[in-house]
Design a protein around this ligand. Structure first.
Ligand code: ADP
Ligand code: MG
Length: 680
């Protein structure tokens, strides 16, 4: 296997795209094809066509009257075509000299002076030069990587790659070509082939590729499952009846658990008691009461004499958890430590010592909890809130860090974004799922309304009413990662406008660039009820819990994902107060954007919203794989390729058992260095 060394800019760009090994190049498939196999007569060109013509240069001159440009006239049997180049090199100008014969390909425009092409691809040819017999592939690429360079690299990779059949015929759906044949067809389709079948990916060559990919992915999952079965974790079975922390917490809670909470607690307890590490996702809609389930799981660890770590993606969310857990557990004699990135100095040193000695039975924080200098005495359970926002890489770090004493900690991940069934089954074959499918009693429905941004005044009037009744209001502005300044501008403006509109009321502002202490102070005021309106960037997206908040306003709602909006909406309606969510959008609103926002009015079911979000965004984005740089499925589409997925699921465990070498080779071929991510 020869690997490309990244030395030039295009090579570095190839590395970034994951095109390192020959097989990576061979599996880099065209987005579409260009037909250079035919030449059409200039006279037959129509506006909007993309076509290839061949003719003789009649005239070529640099026109400087308006914008400097190279204007070339070519002609075939009597018809003329103008080629226009706004940027050109002297070498190109030289090549396009009168009497040269050129082959030109581009999009036709019905120009002012007749037909023309702007910046067509061209090459000088001899009369009667043969045409390519195959379609020309166009590959997905990036700015630093010219198509022609990539095309050559892929062709070379394809020629060198070892494409022997790894899978026994019995493992394959019938009637598909070999991998080698499939790849050759897809990179260089013969001209007679129906392009539609290639482009909609229904052609058997595509089926083969998709199946290969799905099978590799299922094999990686099956392997991960087998490995997990060999791992050992401390069994957290507890005896001791009513004296346990677990029992005392249950007795002290101001509410009784819902049936759904009781059910998931039983599922979690049963698994914690085993010697295999738990690897479980706890999913439940916003407000379904996951925190208390986490706290009860933590009690199991503590009762058995071990430590528990609870991590959240943002400092504010971590702090909310911390506050709640201290409120519940400190009176019962539990020391809860608090670790975040911003906590430094003496306080931190003291916390670290408490964690290292085991005095702190529960450690709450951001991913600072998995930093190198944090050493646990006896960690047995790690709980991660909103795991899809907690990068895959961090999850790996957690597992590695905590593999102490030859034991793995149990892992519980919590998410308010339910995972649709197909996804759960595909990506999380190695993950057990517990679902809280019931909200605690006494919640009121949230009314959702759409408002054009031009009706801000009406919204502000509504805010005034809520505040006058002693209620509290969130105003959320989107966080645009690329442009934090712009983002702050929205939030700052809203803050000023609301402060002016609500004299005598406290209007606060929280954003990602604020020092943590200021953020915490603002959040504390809002939680305590002394602040009426909280303007925030999406830092409050997950988890904050202020039952007196009755109105959520989201500015530029069209820029949010549906699941994000659902999360935000879940910040209100947490008490017995009738609550509303106002989605402000800027006009004009496109059709898709309108349909998406309408979905928010039509349903308040997190599962349904996740399903629609998935439809719109596709699974890659859904899983946040973009952040981790590992696109999990490149070719198969979970909505369309269910039958292939089912077969891959059936075949994978058998292949792994009967032909482990072939199985491993298949995973390596497809996932290469990415397989470790799948096991995370
Ligand atoms: P989420 O699942 O969104 O994290 P939380 O754990 O923050 O939800 O719970 C939302 C609110 O509901 C909290 O105030 C919590 O104390 C409360 N709560 C949780 N379980 C119950 C219950 N069984 N009965 C009443 N209130 C509950
Ligand atoms: Mg929560």
């Amino acid at each position: 296997m020869s690997a490309v060394k990244a030395t030039s800019a295009p090579q570095r760009a190839m590395h970034k795209l994951g095109l390192v090994r020959d097989i990576d190049l061979a599996l880099h498939l065209p987005l579409r094809y260009e037909d250079e196999t035919r030449i059409v007569a200039i006279a037959s060109l129509r506006h909007g066509n993309t076509a290839q013509v061949e003719g003789t240069v009649q005239d070529a001159r640099v026109d400087s009257r308006s914008r400097r440009q190279l204007v070339v006239h070519i002609a075939d049997d009597g018809a003329e075509l103008v080629l226009r180049f706004l940027h050109f090199y002297p070498s190109q100008q030289k090549a396009l000299a009168p009497a040269q014969r050129v082959r030109v390909r581009g999009e036709v425009r019905g120009g002012f002076l007749g037909r023309e092409m702007v910046h067509p691809a061209f090459k000088v040819v001899a009369e009667g030069a043969p045409l390519p017999t195959q379609l020309t592939p166009v590959y997905p690429t990036s700015a630093q990587l010219p198509q022609a360079y990539l095309r050559k690299a892929v062709a070379a990779g394809l020629a060198r790659a070892l494409l022997e059949e790894l899978l026994p015929p019995a493992a394959l759906p019938p009637g598909l070509p070999t991998l080698k044949e499939a790849l050759h067809t897809l990179h260089h389709p013969p001209p007679k082939l129906a392009l539609a079948a290639l482009e909609d990916r229904s052609h058997p060559a595509w089926q083969r590729l998709k199946y290969e990919e799905l099978l590799a992915q299922q094999l990686a999952q099956a392997e991960a499952m087998r490995e997990r079965a060999l791992l050992r974790a401390p069994p957290l079975a507890t005896t001791g009846g009513r004296a346990t922390l677990h029992a005392r917490l249950l007795a002290a809670l101001p509410f009784t658990l819902t049936a759904a909470q009781r059910r998931v607690c039983t599922e979690i307890d049963a698994e914690l008691a085993r010697v295999q590490p738990m690897h479980r996702l706890l999913q439940g809609d916003v407000g379904s009461g996951k925190t208390v389930v986490a706290a009860l799981a933590a009690c199991r660890a503590i009762d058995a004499g071990w430590q528990c770590a609870l991590m959240a993606p943002t400092e504010i969310l971590a702090e909310q958890h911390f506050a709640k857990l201290v409120q519940w557990l400190a009176p019962l004699g539990v020391t809860v430590a608090w670790l975040t990135g911003s906590r430094r100095g003496k306080g931190r040193t003291k916390m670290l010592a408490q964690v290292a000695s085991g005095e702190a039975a529960l450690v709450v924080g951001t991913h600072a909890v998995i930093q190198r200098d944090v050493v646990f005495a006896r960690l047995a359970l790690a709980i991660v809130d909103e795991q899809h926002r907690f990068g895959v890489a961090q999850r790996l770090a957690l597992r590695e860090k905590l593999a102490t004493q030859a034991l793995e900690p149990h892992l519980l991940m919590m998410s308010a974004t339910p995972i649709p069934r197909t996804l759960a089954m595909t990506y999380f074959a190695d993950l057990d799922v517990s679902t809280i499918d019931e909200l605690p009693p006494g919640r009121t429905a949230i009314v959702t309304k759409l408002f054009a941004d031009t009706r801000r005044d009406a919204v502000i009037a509504r805010i005034r009413d809520e505040v006058a009744r002693g209620r509290q209001v969130y105003w959320v502005c989107p966080l645009i990662e690329e442009s934090e300044t712009l983002d702050l501008q929205d939030a700052t403006e809203a803050h000023q406008q609301l402060s002016a509109a609500l004299p005598g009321r406290s209007v606060g502002l929280v954003h990602g660039r604020m020092p943590a202490a200021e953020k915490a102070a603002a959040m504390a005021q809002f939680t305590a009820g002394t602040m009426s309106v909280l303007v925030a960037t999406t830092v409050i997206e997950v988890g904050v819990d202020v039952p007196n908040a009755s109105l959520m306003v989201v500015e530029h709602a069209e820029r949010f994902g549906l699941s994000q909006l659902h999360q935000l909406r879940g910040r209100v309606g947490r008490g017995a107060v009738a609550s509303a969510c106002v989605l402000l959008y800027s006009t004009p609103l496109g059709e898709t954007a309108r349909a998406r926002l309408k979905a928010m009015i039509e349903t308040s079911d997190g599962f349904e919203i996740a399903r629609r979000d998935l439809e719109i965004r596709g699974p890659g984005e859904f899983m946040g794989s973009r952040q981790s740089g590992a696109a999990l499925l490149r070719f198969a589409d979970l909505n369309e390729d269910g039958a292939l997925l089912e077969r891959a699921r059936r075949v994978a465990p058998r292949l792994l058992a009967e032909q482990p070498d072939a199985a491993r080779a298949q995973v390596a071929r497809w996932l290469g260095t990415r397989s470790e991510y799948l096991n995370a």
